[in-house]
Design a protein around this ligand. Structure first.
Ligand SMILES: C[S@@+](CC[C@H](N)C(=O)[O-])C[C@H]1O[C@@H](n2cnc3c(N)ncnc32)[C@H](O)[C@@H]1O
Length: 246
């Protein structure tokens, strides 16, 4: 596991409150997109954060939300109670947690690429093992073109605490970087490996998974501060890999 994962996401929560936010309409839209492929069944979410997607999905699916940080699991259960849905929330490391069951859907939003390629392949082999023979995985992947274009973009956060966030791009390693510098505290960075669909197909070698679709996500223009939800693959911040067992 990346050594920075626990402390970075705890700091991000402390500075932005993003993992204790309410469920947003975009989470229900995401559930609808999954339902176009898999109308109902069991669903495992990896790196579930504060549980916003898990709670939206629990209206339709039998959800297991797996998250590294106990504070994220606690928030998931609180949000589920507020929305009167039931789900299973597990605190654990997705590289090692014993979860000997198969799911119709495995998904991972906003976080894939935390490790090196070998680590990512290990996780993808686990995704294979967690899928039923006809199951589908949805993995959100960071695109290299977006993050190299907007490297250097910076913005201030004032609430709940003052900090500066800066995007960067490591061209040699093909990784986006995202740094939070809180006032009076050391800065911390998350770095995620970016993949084109061609790179991702290579990464899948030996995992038992096949890329059936590369679904483009949206584009955020930080200069104009405009979010466009549907753009071509060549412009998106992230794209979703739709995977089946080979
Ligand atoms: C960028 S956040 C995204 C959270 C959520 N998926 C969302 O879209 O709001 C990534 C999440 O993955 C979790 N995470 C990172 N490494 C993990 C691991 N090895 N096992 C389980 N969860 C992990 C982090 O704690 C964090 O909550």
């Amino acid at each position: 596991m990346a050594h920075w994962a626990h402390s970075f996401y705890e700091l991000q929560q402390q500075l932005t409150g993003c993992y204790s936010a309410p469920v947003h309409p975009c989470h229900y839209e995401c559930v609808q997109q999954i339902q176009e492929a898999v109308p109902a069944g069991s669903l495992l979410e990896l790196g579930a954060g504060g549980g916003q997607f898990a709670v939206a999905a629990a209206r339709v699916f039998q959800v297991t939300a797996l998250e590294l940080r106990p504070s994220g699991t606690a928030h998931t259960l609180k949000l589920a109670a507020e929305h009167s849905v039931t789900l299973e929330a597990v605190t654990g490391d997705f590289y090692t947690v014993p979860l000997p069951r198969a799911f119709d859907v495995v998904c991972y939003w906003d976080g894939f690429g935390i490790d090196d390629d070998a680590g990512q392949q290990h996780l993808l082999r686990r995704v294979h093992d967690w899928l039923t023979p006809t199951g589908t995985a949805f993995i959100e992947v960071f695109s290299p073109w977006y993050w190299s274009k907007y490297a250097g973009y910076s913005r201030n956060w004032t609430s709940p605490q003052s900090s500066r966030q800066t995007y960067g791009f490591d061209a040699d390693g093909n990784r986006m970087t995202d740094t939070y510098a809180p006032e009076g505290q050391p800065a911390q960075t998350q770095t995620l490996r970016c993949y084109s669909p061609a790179d991702f197909r290579s990464l899948l070698n030996g995992t038992g998974l096949t890329l059936t679709k590369a679904r483009p996500g949206g584009h955020y223009d930080p200069d104009a501060q405009v979010w466009t939800p549907a753009v071509p693959l060549s412009e998106c911040m992230t794209w979703t890999a739709v995977l089946k067992r080979s």
